[in-house]
Design a protein around this ligand. Sequence first.
Ligand SMILES: Nc1ncnc2c1ncn2[C@@H]1O[C@H](COP(=O)(O)OP(=O)(O)OP(=O)(O)O)[C@@H](O)[C@H]1O
Ligand SMILES: [Mg+2]
Length: 541
Amino acid sequence: MAPTNKPAKSKGGASPNRPDSAVDPAQVAGLLEESRQYLATIFATVHDGILVIDAATHTIVDANPRAVELIGCPKGKIIGAECHKFVCSADIGNCPITDLGQTVDCSKRTLLKANGEVIPITKTVASITLHGRLHLVEIFLDISGLERTEESLKESEERYRDLFENANDLIQSVDPKGHFIYVNRAWKETMGYTDKEIARLSIFDIIAPTCQDHCLTIFQRVMSGEKIQRVDVQFVAKDGRIVDLEGSVNCNFVDGKPVATRNIFRDITERKLVEKEREAWNRTLEKKVEEKTRHLKEAQAKLIQSEKMAALSEVISGASHELNNPLAGILGAIQLLRRSALSKPIEPALMDEIDVLENIESAATRCQKIVEDLIRFSTQSRCFFTQVDINEVLRDTMDAMMEQFTQAATTVNWQSNPALPRIEGDFVKLFEVFANVFQNAASAMPDGGNIEITTRLLKAYAKPQQLVVTIRDTGCGIPANNLGKIFDPFFTTKPVGKGPGLGLTVSYGIVKKHHGDIEVKSTVGKGTKVTITLPLRQPSS
Ligand SMILES: Nc1ncnc2c1ncn2[C@@H]1O[C@H](COP(=O)(O)OP(=O)(O)OP(=O)(O)O)[C@@H](O)[C@H]1O
Ligand SMILES: [Mg+2]
């Protein structure tokens, strides 16, 4: 049965000039037919299912093609059937409209299909009276597709949420005002804030003060549409820890307006720490290498020095031996000549010759002294070792120098150490070494200064104990280019005739004969440090 309704007004309608009583029945019939066709077309083609149900008997009196399709059985079986069999799953006597008085207006309900399947629908029910009886018009829309879409949307949302929540990287989304829209689990764990605290925070509350300006610029650039692939930033965690992060930032736009920035950060605090440690370690290594290189250079310089000195010693040994004999001869001859000259009455004419003789004698004596010094440095010189108290040697040397020190207002800092063991050494020769070192210090401080002497025992790994005497002065110092030459025979910076430049040469020879070492370090304008290292015992051979 096709539903009848009030006739719809056609566009033309009844003529306004003609009274109702004068309506043309044929025209009315035409309008009615037009209206019926209009409704029938809608009924037949609408995508919603439409059922017309007798309200008293709950019998389905009409169903449109879409309703038939959705119910899933021929129209013949639907018409005349009770709606509880299809459409509505409510029990007889429990009809939501007629029994329970509910209004159904686009409500989410279910449709019971002929095969027993239940599908989700939205339903609207309207009441109309047809042929004097109350009828219900049920209009329903299959929303199972929509629900499936919603379901898969939910699932995909769930998947993404799970992915974000379980990511190890810190993920955050921030609104244009800087408030947090979303942060993931790793973010909360790293930063230590609760959901409540996060809700009150602004991104700028957690950016480290040193990064604020840099981050504000980035934020503005991202909000204006720029994608930033690499950002380095420092956040401050709730407990004050600085968290180093690196990551990417971009912004989500809706209708051209920025709605949220999205950031994925990796916590690189640990990596930065390791990098810092590695850098510190590299610096330490570099220092060690530098130190080792310096030690190697020093050792090399020492080796060159000792090889040079050994070679010099050989040469000087031979030369001094060759010079010593003729010098002794010259001096002997001079003494003979003087004795014979003095045995006769001295004529005034001979006085000049005696003067010349005396000059020759003093020059020869000076030469002999030099030759003796050279011999003391050279391999020929011998040491006579006894048990020596180094405190005593130092005291005697200082006593001998005291007058000179007092005159130049030079102070000496030294405390003899009674705990020092005696060493095997040549007292006289060691006296000579210290005398020369003190003499050099005094010459370097003509206007006074300070000399500091320290003594100590040194125990190096796998080596016998040694005694170390350090003499430090506050004199003029030695220029670096002279340091390599100070042990060379005849190297001197003293004026001609003041010193032959043999003091350190002889000292070097003596210390080496004690199987010890002498080392000089100096800074121009600050002073010089001479370190003499002596073994406690001499090798038995
Ligand atoms: N403590 C020092 N301060 C500054 N320069 C020094 C010091 N010790 C040595 N020198 C330098 O080393 C040079 C050589 O010293 P060395 O003792 O061998 O000879 P000298 O003192 O010049 O002469 P000599 O000792 O034969 O009288 C000195 O001339 C001086 O330039
Ligand atoms: Mg000297």
